[in-house]
Design a protein around this ligand. Structure first.
Ligand code: AMP
Ligand code: ZN
Length: 136
């Protein structure tokens, strides 16, 4: 079901313009309107789902498969030297559009992108404690 307030649903429906780069019956790839590098694309499932926590497996599988294809085309057709995949889930993690999407960001040797964080200062005990919590 499309979400009436979702601009990515409107792009899927053709109600808003986009620069499509690939599509199949499940997923659509189009250029980010504010690209971080040349060829920065977004891949979305056509069916509305909010984010990584809620996306059904079929949507995740189809999206990552298309993301790989887009990344290969970025290498072979745009000549990028590497690729970053990024998903943001919830505002604290920088999600601004609440329709699940993966950024496929071509990287070039001379591009301006830099990692936004630096590692926490942790010891082996802390790593072991966190791993135990995650194992449940
Ligand atoms: P995020 O912050 O991970 O939720 O990413 C949302 C992305 O959607 C941003 O990089 C925006 O530039 C991009 N975006 C927003 N509106 C549009 C649009 N109409 N067409 C293409 N990309 C868009
Ligand atoms: Zn949507």
């Amino acid at each position: 079901m499309a979400d009436d307030d979702c601009i990515f649903c409107k792009i899927v429906a053709g109600e808003l313009p986009s620069q499509k780069v690939d599509e199949n019956d499940r997923v659509l790839a189009f250029l980010d309107i504010n690209p971080w590098t040349r060829g920065h694309a977004l891949v979305i499932p056509k069916q509305h789902t909010k984010n990584l926590w809620e996306a059904p497996k079929e949507a995740l599988d189809a999206t990552i498969e298309m993301a790989q294809q887009v990344a290969i085309h970025q290498r072979d057709r745009l000549g990028c030297d590497g690729v970053n995949l990024l998903n943001s889930t919830e505002p604290v993690a920088w999600q601004t559009e609440f329709h699940y999407h993966v950024h496929v960001i071509p990287r070039y040797e001379d591009d301006p992108l830099r990692l936004p964080g630096k590692p926490l200062d942790v010891d082996q005990d802390e790593l072991a404690k966190v791993a135990e919590e995650l194992r449940g």
